[in-house]
Design a protein around this ligand. Structure first.
Ligand code: BDR
Ligand code: CA
Length: 306
């Protein structure tokens, strides 16, 4: 599978990255960056660094710095740390981002390898919406678009209604879930990701089998779990972005509903993902998950990293 990840790294983004990097069936061809957990500059720096420390050295294309219409929210430093990786200091990467802007790259890559590329978007959807605005055939040119975002029948993780990625750019999210064409769109939101709990002992186990990548995840996971502990009382975290990456190859681990969707773009429920009446574009949204199988798959593959 040829894969591009659109990402705002981020602790769980890094977890997703090391799954994709190690998977023998995934050809990770590029990373595109978005703001959200961190600023766009930190997202790009972190993406470059992940590529260097893993040896993957995927090209990195920097994306848009702010949402389409709303004022940007501050980075979620209280969730992911000041620069995205908890208290871990990564230093300066040796490489730079590519000159091409992320949405231009996405449009070009999808056109040049029509039907071959899976795009997994695990941050705010600004780059993906801009790609659709530039090329109405963008989603149809992909093999599939898999998104981490939204909360359909469960509460939000930013206030009562919204999930963080959709809340950061609700207009972009609405454009994407209503994208023209018949290309496959899969949404993996809080309805399933909040059912999957990764424990401190799971990070410890990863560090044992993977002393470089796994130990890095163990270290940055501490800050992330500390945040969760203030919300849930448990030293653990939810598997948001890793679940979306796993759904790219293993949709059979989830129960999907096919439905038309929209995203509320103003008012009290801004960022809320809702079912939309009428015809038109439908997405596949994950409403159930085999959490045990997904966790086992994550540990098995991430454990292949050095
Ligand atoms: C999403 O928001 C970010 O904090 C995570 O990286 C994930 O993409 C979860 O709501
Ligand atoms: Ca993310």
């Amino acid at each position: 599978m040829k894969l591009i990840i659109d990402t705002d790294p981020g602790v769980d983004d890094a977890m997703a990255y090391f799954y994709a990097h190690a998977h023998p069936q995934i050809d990770l061809i590029a990373l595109t960056t978005t703001y959200g957990n961190v600023t766009i500059a930190d997202a790009t720096r972190n993406a470059l660094w992940l590529g260097e420390m893993s040896g993957g050295c995927e090209p990195v294309y920097q994306g848009h710095a702010v949402p389409l219409k709303i004022e940007p929210h501050p980075p979620a430093d209280f969730v992911h740390g000041k620069h995205g990786f908890g208290d871990y200091e990564i230093g300066t990467p040796a490489r730079n981002a590519e000159a091409e802007e992320a949405s231009d790259f996405l449009v070009r890559a999808a056109r040049e390898a029509k039907g071959e590329i899976t795009l997994c978007a695990i941050g705010p959807l600004t780059n993906v919406a801009r790609a659709i605005e530039k090329d109405a055939g963008f989603v149809s040119n992909l093999a599939q678009l898999v998104i981490m975002g939204g909360a359909l029948e469960v509460g939000g993780n930013v206030g009562a209604y919204a999930e963080a990625n959709f809340w950061n750019d609700p207009h972009a999210a609405d454009i994407v879930v209503n994208a023209p064409g018949a290309g496959r769109i899969v949404i993996v939101g809080l309805d399933v990701t909040s059912q999957i709990e990764f424990l401190a002992k799971d990070f410890d186990g990863l560090a044992k089998v993977s002393p470089i990548a796994g130990d890095f995840l163990r270290q940055i996971g501490q800050f992330y779990m500390n945040f969760y502990q203030t919300k849930t009382g448990r030293l653990s975290c939810h598997m948001h972005d890793p679940s979306a990456i796993i759904a790219c190859l293993h949709p059979e681990l989830m129960v999907m509903e096919e439905t038309a969707l929209g995203v509320v773009s103003s008012g009290e429920q801004i960022g809320n993902l809702v079912r939309r009446e009428g015809g038109g574009r439908k997405c596949h949204i994950a409403m159930g998950v085999d959490a045990g199988a997904l966790l086992a798959e994550f540990k098995r593959i991430v454990g292949l990293n050095p």
